[in-house]
Design a protein around this ligand. Structure first.
Ligand code: ATP
Ligand code: MG
Length: 327
C-alpha cells in the first residue's frame, strides 16, 4: 500500500519501510537494531519486503492517467506521481489525474477525477516533491511543542523512529517528513470537523493529501491574492475570515502562514488551505508573534479593497479574549 491507514503507528512504520528499496532498508534496519535483531528476522523481513515491493510495483504499473499518458516513461514527475497516487486509485478514491493545478516550491497540486464512491466530482491531490526532504531543517519555530504523531493523532514516545528523527539519520528525516504530512492532514481534518472553511479532507499518504477540489476542472478556484473582489463583498469576506481565525483560536490553533496566498475564493465563498505550519498556541513560545503576523497580513490584503482595520489591535484583542492569555 502506498499510504497510511488507521493502524497503529508501529504497524504503519513497518508498512512505510516497505517503500524503501531493499538494500537501503536492510541498511536502516541493521543500523537501528544492530545488537538486538537476529539475522533470521532480517531475512524474513527481506522476503516480505520484496513481496510487498513486487505488489506495489504491480499497483503502480497498472495505473495510468490522462495527465501522465504522454510523458516519457522515465520522466521523474511521472514516476513519483504514479507512485504517490496509485494506492488512492486502487482504493477507489480517485479514478484519473487530469492536470496539474499548481507546481509549488514544496508540493504540486493536481486535479483528479474523484471515484463515484467519494460522492465528489473532483479531488485535489497535494503531492510533496521528494526534494522537500531537504527543507525540514528550518521548521523548528513551528515544530516547538509538536510531537511525533501517529495516524490517529496520538503521541508516539521513545520508539526507534523517534530516536532516528532526533539523530537526523536519512531514515529519521524521512520519518520526520511523513510525520509532517500527518500533522498537516490531522490539523486539516480537525479544522473541517470544527466547521472552519477548508476544503473537505479525504485521505492522506506518506507524501500526499487528498481533499475536495475547489473550482471547475479547467477553472480552479483562485487564491485571494489572484482575485479582484468587489467593495461590497470585501467586508463580508473579511468578517468571515476573522470568524475562521477565531474558530481556530478556540481550538488553540494558529494557521502560521495565513495570507491572501493561502485562501481560495470561489463564487463568493472562501476556503483556507495549506496547514503544515499550524502551531498550537498553548505550546509554542512564538505563538502570538505568528498569530499577529497572520492577522496583519489578512488586514493588509483587505485594506486594498477599502476595509479599514488595525491588524495588531485585532490580533491582541482576539488573542486575549479567546485564549485568555496575558500579552
Ligand atoms: N483544494 C484545492 N482545490 C483547488 N486548488 C487547490 C486546492 N488546494 C490547493 N490548490 C491550488 O494549489 C496551490 C498550492 O496549494 P498549497 O498552498 O496548499 O501548497 P504550497 O506548497 O503552499 O504551494 P505554494 O508554495 O504555491 O504556496 C494553491 O495556491 C491553489 O492554487
Ligand atoms: Mg500555499
Amino acid at each position: 500500500m502506498s499510504w497510511i491507514d488507521n493502524d497503529s503507528y508501529d504497524e504503519w512504520e513497518d508498512n512505510w519501510l516497505d517503500h524503501i528499496p531493499p538494500r537501503h532498508r536492510a541498511k536502516l534496519t541493521r543500523s537501528a537494531n544492530k545488537q538486538k535483531r537476529p539475522k533470521v528476522t532480517i531475512n524474513r523481513d527481506l522476503e516480505e519486503m520484496i513481496a510487498s515491493l513486487a505488489e506495489e510495483n504491480d499497483l503502480v504499473s497498472s495505473f495510468e492517467t490522462t495527465y501522465t499518458r504522454n510523458m516519457d516513461e522515465k520522466h521523474h514527475e511521472r514516476r513519483w506521481l504514479l507512485e504517490a497516487l496509485s494506492g488512492f486509485y486502487h482504493d477507489q478514491m480517485i479514478s484519473d489525474v487530469l492536470h496539474i493545478v499548481k507546481g509549488g516550491k514544496e508540493a504540486n497540486v493536481y486535479c483528479c477525477d474523484a471515484h463515484p464512491l467519494t460522492g465528489l466530482p473532483h479531488i485535489a491531490a497535494k503531492v510533496y516533491r521528494p526534494r522537500m526532504l531537504r527543507h525540514l531543517k528550518n521548521d523548528s519555530l513551528y515544530k516547538e511543542g509538536r510531537f511525533v504523531l501517529n495516524q490517529e493523532g496520538k503521541q508516539v514516545k521513545g520508539n526507534r523512529s523517534v530516536r532516528a528523527m532526533r539523530k537526523k539519520t536519512g531514515f529519521g528525516q524521512k520519518l520526520d517528513f511523513a510525520t509532517w504530512i500527518m500533522h498537516e492532514y490531522k490539523v486539516h481534518n480537525q479544522l473541517y470537523q470544527a466547521g472552519v472553511d477548508v476544503p473537505k479532507p479525504i485521505a492522506n499518504g506518506v507524501d500526499t493529501i487528498l481533499m475536495a477540489y475547489i473550482g471547475e476542472p479547467h477553472y480552479p478556484a483562485r487564491t485571494l491574492s489572484d482575485t479582484s473582489i468587489t467593495p461590497v463583498e470585501a467586508p463580508l469576506l473579511f468578517e468571515r475570515i476573522l470568524e475562521n481565525i477565531r474558530l481556530m483560536l478556540t481550538l488553540n490553533l494558529i494557521h502560521g502562514d495565513l495570507s491572501a496566498y493561502n485562501i481560495l475564493y470561489w463564487q463568493g465563498d472562501i476556503f483556507i488551505i495549506d496547514f503544515p505550519q499550524v502551531v498550537d498556541a498553548r505550546k509554542n513560545r512564538s505563538a502570538f508573534t505568528i498569530f499577529e503576523r497572520d492577522v496583519v497580513r489578512v488586514c493588509q490584503y483587505f485594506h486594498n479593497f477599502g476595509v479599514e482595520a488595525d491588524g495588531r489591535t485585532i490580533a491582541a484583542e482576539m488573542y486575549q479574549r479567546y485564549l485568555d492569555a496575558e500579552l
